[in-house]
Design a protein around this ligand. Structure first.
Ligand code: ATP
Length: 258
């Protein structure tokens, strides 16, 4: 048994996880989801979703592959070009990357909206509060005065001046039904999902097959790098991005290590 085998998932603070542990990112992710569940911001099912993601990340080599980096740059360009970009936050996203989502929103001038699969007023409020603790000024999703067509009542709830009106939406770790319904509303959809075969990345204009923990800070870096780019440059980055190729390259890495 190595020393590392004694680092269990029940550490109290994430600083206790050794940064040089070979599975550091996985332990950190698990710990953040557990803390999210304890704080009432993440649903218990979020741990199950995280487990699926973790298996794909293992096969990807737990790194941002070149096609994912290209997708993250294209996503940053889309968000900078947007009239009304919105970043959607669910319980797993809030637990894993709250400050990082606030930074991305500020880099691309986007709104943050709480958008939950298992929606309760308590969880929406707890997540909004959690985001404020991480620097967010305004958080949408509490009004829920509009509905995404073709979804059942609870899962369809969004803000009329938020996701409903957005032209570009980032929906990380989104469930397939909602990703499809948003796509049918003609929004430019950016999805972060470690499983390239999942329906959400399959319908996205920009599928990012990467761990959200790496993807969001990298998108912010690209957005800062492109802050002075003119519209023509941003459009050429968007046009050059090939979604089919990005999905194929991610699948090849997972299946064959290529
Ligand atoms: P579908 O989109 O077809 O409904 P699903 O039922 O697997 O697929 P969900 O359970 O709603 O989808 O969402 C979980 C998804 O999030 C999984 O595809 C999983 O790979 C992905 N995922 C989990 N954790 C992460 C993470 N940290 N970073 C990126 N993706 C993740």
């Amino acid at each position: 048994m190595s020393d590392y085998d004694t680092v269990s998932a029940d550490v109290e603070h994430e600083e206790e996880i050794p940064a040089d542990h070979p599975r550091y990112q996985d332990l950190l992710t698990r710990h953040r989801i557990e803390t999210g569940i304890e704080k009432g911001i993440t649903h218990l099912q979020g741990m199950h979703a995280e487990g699926r993601g973790s298996a794909f990340d293992y096969l990807l080599g737990e790194e941002t592959i070149p096609s994912a980096d290209g997708a993250e740059r294209a996503a940053a360009a889309h968000l900078l070009l947007a009239d009304q970009p919105v970043l959607s936050i669910n319980g797993n996203v809030a637990a894993l990357v709250p400050g990082e989502m606030v930074d991305l929103a500020s880099a691309v001038d986007a709104d943050l909206e709480v958008n939950l699969f298992n929606r309760t007023p308590e969880r929406v409020k707890a997540i909004a509060e959690h985001l404020r603790e991480h620097g967010a000024d305004e958080v949408k999703g509490l009004t829920a005065d509009a509905r995404i067509p073709k979804l059942d009542h609870q899962r369809a709830k969004v803000d009329a001046d938020g996701i409903y009106a957005a032209d570009v939406v980032l929906v990380p770790l989104e469930d397939g039904d909602r990703a499809e319904a948003l796509q049918e509303m003609d929004k430019t959809e950016i999805v972060i999902d470690l499983n390239p075969l999942s329906r959400s990345p399959q319908v996205a204009a920009v599928p990012i097959v990467d761990n959200i923990i790496r993807a969001v800070p990298n998108m912010t870096e690209h957005a800062r790098d492109l802050a002075d780019a003119d519209e023509a440059e941003l459009r050429s980055i968007v046009d050059e991005f090939d979604r089919e190729q990005a999905l194929e390259e991610a699948e090849a890495r997972i299946r064959n290590g290529l």
